[in-house]
Write a protein that binds this ligand. Structure first.
Ligand code: S3P
Length: 176
């Protein structure tokens, strides 16, 4: 079976939904950010501080190339994965790509709870979110096989919607 790949901006619920979806489908869950941290023995904020964003993007590309070769897993990517076309292309070979979206207000609310996102550790967070979204919006949409707005939906509700989509498309066998 194809992988299910969740993409979308920070705070759209990729990790929580991915974890739930994987457990509903009985498949392994892979969070590419976590995998980058484990493989490199350093947290993402520290990687940004010590080596810069370009270094992180290189590590992100290596990790995505590796996990894209798996089958039958659920993958949650970091919000910037779409910035490299190569990432999207290889994730699509074995995977169905689902884009999660949310309003700016909800993104600010969800990402404000923790300070583990280097790109949002700035004074003008709202401006930053608006700018990054403007630069990425088309990339998220173009990469998607299916798009879900998570603004007013819980990860449980989003998971159910994904399962309905997968079932309708004949991507699930039997249970779930
Ligand atoms: C990033 C999103 C983060 C993480 C890194 C960069 C981005 O992941 O990969 O901080 O460029 O949008 P989440 O989307 O899981 O927060």
């Amino acid at each position: 079976m194809k992988n299910i790949v969740l993409i979308g901006f920070m705070g759209t619920g990729k990790t929580s939904t991915g974890r739930l979806l994987a457990s509903r489908l009985g498949r392994p869950f892979i969070d590419t950010d976590k995998r980058i941290e484990t493989d490199n023995g350093i947290s993402i904020p520290d990687m940004f501080t010590l080596y810069g964003e370009a270094y992180f993007r290189k590590k992100e590309k290596d990790t995505i190339a590796k996990v894209a070769r798996y089958t039958n897993v659920v993958i949650a990517t970091g919000g910037g994965a779409v910035l490299a076309e190569e990432n999207v292309n290889c994730l699509k070979i074995n995977g169905l790509v689902i884009t999660l979206t949310a309003s700016v207000e909800v993104i600010l609310e969800r990402t404000g709870r923790r300070s583990n996102r280097p790109l949002l550790n700035c004074d003008r967070r709202e401006q930053q979110v608006i700018q990054l979204l403007a630069a990425r919006d088309a990339l998220y949409k173009n990469a998607a096989d299916f798009i879900i707005d998570t603004t007013v939906r819980s990860p449980q509700q989003v998971t159910e919607e994904i399962i309905v989509y997968l079932r309708r498309g004949g991507h699930l066998r039997g249970r779930s």
